[in-house]
Design a binder for this molecule. Structure first.
Ligand SMILES: NC(=O)c1ccc[n+]([C@@H]2O[C@H](COP(=O)([O-])OP(=O)(O)OC[C@H]3O[C@@H](n4cnc5c(N)ncnc54)[C@H](OP(=O)(O)O)[C@@H]3O)[C@@H](O)[C@H]2O)c1
Length: 318
């Protein structure tokens, strides 16, 4: 009992001090705590079909490998089929590639249509695809691109795929970022039309939006029996970090996690038995607070307005 309380306190302290908690130090310490949940059983995903978006680089590739090693048939949802072919060749199990630009809602609709026609029932989706556009960029539908890739595309894709997900305890994981702690929900300016554009701000606002939609999406998809999670991977060395955050990469390089450590909680949420409780933000296999000391927590009315904007942008019934 005392040991569990101490290990919980140490884990929370790592969270609040950010740098140790988000780096490989946090992962290494937490893995040794008695409270660290067991690894998924070998073969636990045999016969399961799991979708991973953005599987052609960094955390997405690592997630695809981990799921494949556990026996899953991995569905690589990617914008570049040639890159996916290389990933597929190196997986230990079967895979199928689907082409989809998550930042383009027409492409998302076309991909969902193809999957509805040809894919088997889907047991889980890991919405991992991500980007930090260096300049303010609009999607073909006129939405700010970070918001489009991290929020609009994943919500629409999941909603369209409900017939493939419902009725078998499916799991949906949205990969967010610890950067969201620093930003409020951009309810008055979801497309970042006001003020000077800053890539990290746009990115973090869209990641905050993923987190704050969690209660809405949990209720929306509950009738289909889906558990929804948002996870953040800490800070991991990936091509995305090197390209988008070169200074951060240089300074923090020695203590960044590797891609497998960053992908660990996504894989665990998909494979853990029994299914972890849905509706929360997870990091390092534990549910976390969505704000530090209540900072940047929206009101329920702000959440509702944000959801109405997402529903209207994607053409979904709120
Ligand atoms: N690494 C970290 O420390 C860290 C921290 C917090 C959160 N995250 C999140 O983790 C996820 C993976 O990041 P990463 O570091 O592995 O980045 P990465 O190496 O840049 O990989 C990003 C992946 O997303 C794909 N992608 C980008 N835009 C897309 C679009 N419009 N449609 C479809 N796919 C698209 C990329 O495809 P291409 O290969 O074609 O470019 C690539 O496969 C992201 O959501 C990121 O925000 C990462």
């Amino acid at each position: 009992m005392v040991l569990a309380a101490l290990s919980g306190a140490l884990d929370t302290a790592l969270d609040r001090t950010v740098v140790p908690g988000f780096s490989k130090i946090g992962y290494a310490v937490r893995r040794r705590l008695p409270s660290w949940p067991a690894d998924p059983r070998p073969g636990s995903l045999v016969g399961k079909h799991v979708v991973v978006t953005g599987a052609t680089s960094g955390l997405g590739t690592a997630t695809a490998h981990q799921l494949s090693d556990l026996g899953a048939h991995v569905h690589l949802v990617v914008r570049n089929a040639d890159k996916a072919e290389k990933v597929a060749r190196e997986l230990t199990g079967p895979s199928t590639t689907w082409v989809c630009d998550l930042g383009d809602l027409d492409s998302v609709r076309a991909c969902a249509e193809a999957m509805l026609a040809d894919a088997p029932p889907i047991d889980a989706i890991v919405h991992n695809a991500g980007a930090m556009p260096p300049e303010r960029t609009e999607s073909p539908q006129g939405h700010e691109l970070s918001m489009s890739i991290h929020v609009l595309g994943p919500v629409l894709l999941t909603d369209l795929l409900l017939p493939k997900l419902e009725g078998h305890d499916a799991r949906v994981v949205l990969v967010t970022s610890g950067g969201m702690y620093a930003q409020a929900l951009p309810v008055d300016d979801p497309d970042y039309e006001r003020g000077d554009y800053a890539p990290a701000t746009a990115y973090a606002r869209s990641k905050r939006t993923q987190v704050e939609l969690l209660p809405v999406l949990t209720v929306r998809w509950a009738a289909a029996g889906i558990a929804v999670y948002v996870m953040h991977p800490g800070w991991a060395a990936t091509p995305g970090v090197t390209e988008s955050l070169p200074t951060f990469d240089k300074v923090m390089g020695p203590i960044l996690r590797d891609a497998d450590e960053g992908a660990d909680t996504s894989t665990w949420l998909v494979a853990a038995s029994p299914r972890p409780r849905g509706g929360g933000l997870w990091m390092d296999r534990r549910e976390r607070s969505t704000s530090f000391f209540g900072r940047n927590s929206p009101t329920s009315d702000e959440r509702r307005r944000m959801w109405q904007w997402v529903a209207s942008a994607t053409g979904l019934t709120p």
